[in-house]
Design a protein around this ligand. Structure first.
Ligand SMILES: [Zn+2]
Length: 275
């Protein structure tokens, strides 16, 4: 890996660690309080970035009686504990797009950067994840399924606009959550393109990252993604991303629905050599 120079990390925010009650409206960080805290030292750049994979974040009381994959569901309070533990140890979020663009430029991201990805485009991303992100001035990458927008428990269009305005990335999870390895190259490309077109219409930014639905991909799916301008595409294989990874078949760290904050912190730090 190439050596990285020391740079001023641009736009790194100071965490807000004050406890908040779950019933309170989203807490807006007090800029004067944040300004009084010492900003982080200029960071070394790294090309190793743990990428956490989440799906649903919804209180159990709001879930249907039986859900097909209960392990994909987290309580919002548990997500808050995860983010709090990581921010407490100096970790800060970047989006998958920021990672992709840094790697493409041959640079890295500031040390102790991690990515929160949220797959499938459910409105709990707006109802339950966005308020937690705002508490910590954190950002996430949401892999959405445009065909479902506005239906059932999926995001409304306005949710995507608001998420993007808050600095989150809205990215490609195929048009209709198709198995991209089973569609042939043209079919996969059509699905990826249609999704990117729709996302770009809504948030005015064309996706450059993608998550393969169900982690299913093959060489044709990779070629299709590349042809549609995708720079970084995630599977569901387990591991930390680094610049020597296959960026079009990139690993993530799956977070279980009952996983403790300490366990998530260990999983992140295991891949970076940090204690
Ligand atoms: Zn999915």
């Amino acid at each position: 890996m190439a050596p990285f120079t020391t740079v001023e990390p641009a736009g790194r925010s100071t965490p807000v660690t004050a406890p908040v009650t779950t019933d309170a409206p989203a807490v807006v960080a007090d800029p004067s309080a944040a300004a009084q805290q010492t900003s982080r030292e200029p960071a070394e750049l790294t090309d190793t970035v743990p990428v956490l994979m989440y799906h649903r974040v919804q209180p159990e009381a709001e879930r249907p009686d039986s859900v097909p994959y209960p392990d994909l569901y987290l309580e919002p309070d548990l997500l808050r504990e995860h983010v709090s533990a990581l921010y407490g140890e100096g970790w800060r979020t970047v989006t998958a797009r920021q990672v992709a663009e840094a790697f493409a430029a041959g640079t890295g991201v500031p040390e102790k950067s991690f990515v929160i990805t949220v797959d499938d485009g459910y409105r709990d991303g707006y109802d339950h994840i966005l308020p937690i992100l705002k508490e910590f001035e954190a950002v996430a990458t949401f892999y959405v399924v445009p065909e479902r927008l506005g239906q059932g428990q999926a995001f409304e269009l306005t949710h995507l606009v608001e998420l993007a305005a808050a600095g989150n990335e809205i990215a490609n999870h195929s048009w209709g959550h198709e198995d991209l390895a089973a569609m042939g190259q043209q079919g996969a490309r059509d699905s990826i393109k249609k999704a990117s077109d729709r996302i770009e219409e809504i948030v005015e930014a064309r996706p450059v990252t993608l998550a393969y639905p169900a982690g299913s991909y093959d060489s044709e799916a990779i070629e299709s993604a590349t042809a549609e301008g995708i720079m970084l595409a995630f599977t569901t294989e387990y591991g930390a991303l680094d610049a020597s990874s296959d960026l079009l078949a990139a690993p993530r760290i799956r977070v279980r629905g009952d996983q403790s904050a300490g366990s998530v912190l260990s999983a992140v730090e295991e891949y970076t050599g940090d204690e």
